[in-house]
Design a protein. Structure first.
Length: 475
């Protein structure tokens, strides 16, 4: 594997002695093993319908207030637990809590009577299939996965509760369940209890080629791709309601994510994940990089799996120039892939696009130029290209961008300007910048999965993204 054009000087020491924990880190380690003198050797990375009470819609030409539902309040139970510290409280506390959390978002404040009705609904016990009481429905707040060997590779095989089948993978997701119940000995009082729990997550795994058709009718395909299909324990594969297209970094491959389904899987969502592999192509900025092809072909220009051709290499100090022809060609192909997923799930706003590094750049380009507004973008250690047009019709589309605080390849000194360009144009940018605990800088490791999942929860579950529903069987 190779690095971004400006990353070719990386040494093993820069990556660190720890084993590569993810696809991007694996690609970085492999690139460091290249031969000297510009002659490189080939290497491969191992790399229920909600009950609505309390808030009424206004009539006439006045603005319509958003509805506060039991489902929405249930998703906020973790925050309510932090506020009350698990102690008893009354409807007035919930009312003040909702005013602070939902008021700025256009929700009308419920009355004390309405808040009491919400609390009664949340505390109401459910009936199990056998007719027995199953307790109230709770809110699930995931904390993440746990590793069998914390110092080992962050693959699904190293996860607690992992079970790998011929075409499926299952593992544990750990977290907390928050449930509201009536407080003992106090009339009209309630409390939120927190219980440690885990859920069994599963997906089916496919390795395949993906055929696409551009808007001009041209046929193309992406080779060696990975597709994770949603799967439920005891049921098997289920129809996807959402689709997430994730584009790998420069010189990486889609199949490098084969052992990392936990990077993308979030509980409570039938999410299909498509990870295509970029085509092999020469890079203009690497005109002196050659590889030995044998006595017949001899030295040849090395090719990289890449989404477009870099014309320049500015060593991470500024944005590189790109070959517009290669970018436009890839844009058309990715639009074909997006269109295919839109047809599958039935709604462009249920298709999300994302990527890392160069994959982030082309994901933003594809989403911002697609004819319809998509469900959002999840971009890691990358930036919007200067050549990508900013369509005002896409301003409402959420753009979740993550930056590594010590990244010297996508240096914040100039990447910040590319993000400011989006903000100045009025786009819906949610930005986060933090250091990868592994100390790997641009070559993010396990934090890649944590960032992806946090953005997907907000995009898929909506609202605060704080929690999802959990039955009383989560344990």
């Amino acid at each position: 594997q190779a690095l971004e054009p400006h990353e070719r000087g990386l040494s093993e020491a820069a990556v660190g002695a720890r084993p590569a924990e993810g696809p991007m880190a694996a690609a970085a380690c492999a690139a460091a093993r290249r031969g000297a003198g510009g002659k490189a050797t080939n290497a491969r990375a191992n790399a229920a319908k909600a009950t609505v009470v309390g808030v009424r819609r206004t009539t006439g030409k006045a603005a319509v207030s958003k509805v506060v539902s039991i489902r929405l309040v249930r998703s906020l139970l973790p925050g309510l637990h932090r506020l009350t510290k698990g102690k008893a409280f009354r409807a007035q506390v919930l009312r003040a809590f909702l005013r602070k959390r939902l008021g700025p978002r256009g929700f009308r404040q419920p009355s004390v009577a309405d808040a009491e009705a919400l609390l009664r609904g949340l505390a109401r016990a459910r009936r199990a299939d056998g007719g027995e009481s199953a307790g109230p429905l709770g809110a699930w707040q995931p904390q993440g996965v746990r590793y069998i060997d914390p110092q080992g590779v962050a693959s699904v095989k190293n996860l607690q509760g992992s079970s790998i089948g011929a075409s499926s993978a299952t593992w544990n997701e750990y977290g907390n369940v928050y449930r509201l119940s009536k407080a003992e000995g106090a009339k009209c009082s309630y409390k939120v209890a927190c219980t440690n729990a885990f859920k069994r997550l599963s997906c089916s795994v496919q390795r395949r080629n993906l055929d696409v058709v551009t808007s001009e009718g041209e046929k193309s395909s992406f080779k060696s791709c990975i597709v994770f299909e949603p799967r439920r324990i005891g049921i098997g594969r289920v129809a996807p309601q959402w689709s997430f297209i994730y584009l790998h970094s420069f010189s990486n491959r889609g199949v490098d994510y084969l052992d990392f389904p936990q990077y993308f899987n979030i509980s409570g969502a039938a999410l299909r994940v498509v990870i295509p592999t970029a085509p092999n192509q020469e890079q203009t900025c690497f005109k002196d990089w050659n590889v030995w092809k044998g006595n017949k072909l001899q030295w040849r220009r090395i090719k990289f799996t890449s989404w477009f051709d870099y014309l320049t290499d500015r060593g991470g100090k500024a944005e590189n120039d790109v070959d517009l022809h290669s970018l436009l060609d890839m844009r058309a192909r990715l639009h074909g892939l997006i269109r295919r997923e839109v047809l599958r799930v039935g709604d462009p706003k249920r298709v999300i696009v994302g990527g890392a590094s160069q994959g982030c750049c082309v994901a933003l380009d594809a989403a911002l130029t697609y004819p319809e507004v998509l469900g959002g973008v999840v971009g890691l250690v990358g930036h919007v290209l200067g050549s990508t047009p900013l369509d005002p019709a896409k301003r409402s589309m959420p753009l979740h961008l993550f930056h590594e605080a010590t990244d010297q390849e996508m240096n914040w000194k100039w990447v910040q300007g590319t993000e400011q360009r989006l903000l100045d144009a009025g786009f819906n940018v949610v930005s986060r910048r933090e250091a990868d605990p592994s100390g790997s800088g641009h070559w993010i490791q396990e934090i890649e999965g944590a960032w992806i999942r946090s953005a997907l929860r907000r995009l898929v579950h909506g609202g605060t993204g704080e929690s999802t529903s959990a039955s009383s069987s989560s344990a």
